[in-house]
Ligand binder design. Structure first.
Ligand SMILES: *Cc1c(COP(=O)(O)O)cnc(C)c1O
Length: 400
């Protein structure tokens, strides 16, 4: 079958939950993707902040293949070495004390919320605790994660959500104070909002939220699923300000392509929350997924991936700032590190479609923001090439 025939079949067989771009991707190499017809694309999406190391990073495939030859899955009723090693390395990278492996980001959020509720339950034996989440946040599509996602459009048809969630505004501590009560058990936020428009939580806000949590024994949950794993130039974005969460979530780039996630917590929370029988998963933490995490974390350390982000990100920022200068319809640049956005005064779908047709894969965040979440191994030459194709796409769609 040719590419168009596959697309036609997909539209008959797959549930239509995505409006897909009309390409069938076939293979990847470095920071490039290739479709079935061999057309090359410079990839500035990286599977939505997943392929931090690009495609076929030296040593990664070999580590997975070696694990496939040994053992892909056990149950969590038994120990396996890749999970033990991956947990040790995640602890070192995150400064957290205990790790629970999941299969996805949403599942990590579910676990984090359950841990927070259990912690509160053990304190006062009641079940009417509240969680504060942020407007414009995104935490995933399962019921718990959706319940704390600050986008009514995603929630509406699926009500009722889990109860006792209140929404405050990121970087508006007063709005958090308006939501807090003696029933608040957790505050959850993305250290840098991803889907909601590439908005970093600022230092003052994070410090005040942390102090509030300390004062009232509220748990701070930081969702680092998109902004974590080096993307901001820090292994985890909160490390920039040293505002440490009680519980945090990681996924996306954690396995660099193998479906995996994790939630981690401090010993204080671990000692007073989930215990045997409270939570579980069949696949989570299986040897194949953990071999990926383990290898990824080795590569980050050996090849100084976050340092590379700090070298190349200022160049990307400069180039994006030039676009803001040049085009009136681009309002501002947002984001940090290799997690950047251009906020426009109009929908960006035409620009993206045109860029894709010219061999550049970029994506939006909301209707009017161009999002840039490339592999962390990109070089300045890739930034130049991206800017070149993007400029052509802008000229053709917005300036013709
Ligand atoms: C993608 C994402 C999730 C959900 O992860 P899935 O693996 O798609 O379930 C949660 N939080 C943030 C910040 C994300 O970017």
């Amino acid at each position: 079958m040719n590419m168009q025939e596959y697309i036609t079949e997909a539209e008959k067989d797959l549930l239509h939950t995505y409006n897909r771009y009309q390409i069938v991707l076939d293979k990847g190499e470095g920071v490039y993707l290739y479709d079935m017809e061999g057309k090359e694309y410079l990839d500035f999406v990286s599977g939505i902040a997943v392929f931090a190391l690009g495609y076929h990073y030296p040593g990664y495939d070999e580590a997975l293949k070696a694990q496939i030859d040994k053992l892909i899955h056990t149950s969590n009723y038994y120990y396996n070495v890749p999970a033990i090693e991956a947990a040790r390395k995640i602890k070192a990278a995150s400064g957290m004390d205990r790790v629970f492996f999941t299969n996805s980001g949403a599942e990590a959020i579910e676990g984090a919320l359950k841990a927070a509720r259990k912690y509160a339950y053990l304190k006062d034996n009641t079940t009417d605790h509240e969680i504060i989440a942020m407007e414009h946040s995104f935490h995933g599509r399962t019921f718990g994660a959706l319940s704390v996602t600050g986008n009514p459009h995603y929630r509406e048809a699926f009500e009722p959500m889990i109860g006792n969630i209140r929404f405050a505004n990121l970087n508006d501590f007063g709005s958090v104070m308006n939501c807090v009560s003696d029933k608040t058990c957790a505050i959850i936020l993305e250290t840098v909002q991803g889907e909601g428009g590439l908005v970093p939580a600022n230092e003052d806000f994070l410090r005040k939220v942390r102090a509030l949590c300390d004062e009232r024994d509220i748990l701070l949950i930081l969702d680092e699923i998109q902004c974590g794993m080096g993307r901001t130039g820090y292994m985890y974005a909160w490390q920039k300000y040293g505002v440490k969460p009680d519980i945090m979530t990681s996924a996306k780039a954690l396995g660099c392509g193998v479906p995996v996630g994790a939630f981690m917590m401090t010993e204080k929370v671990a000692a007073q929350s989930l215990t045997a029988g409270d939570h579980g998963t069949t696949y989570g933490g299986n040897p194949l997924a953990c071999a990926a995490i383990s290898k990824v974390l080795d590569i980050y350390e050996e090849d100084k991936i976050t340092e590379h982000v700090n070298e190349v990100a200022p160049y990307l920022e400069k180039k994006l700032d030039e676009l803001v200068e040049k085009y009136d319809f681009i309002i501002e640049r947002r984001g940090t590190g290799l997690m950047q956005g251009l906020k426009c005064d109009r929908p960006v779908g035409n620009i993206i479609n045109c860029a894709v047709s010219k061999g550049l894969i970029i994506i939006n965040a909301g209707a009017d923001i161009l999002r840039f979440v490339p592999s962390l191994i990109i070089e300045k030459e890739h930034v130049d090439k991206m800017i070149d194709i993007l400029t052509q796409a802008i000229e053709e769609t917005e300036c013709a």
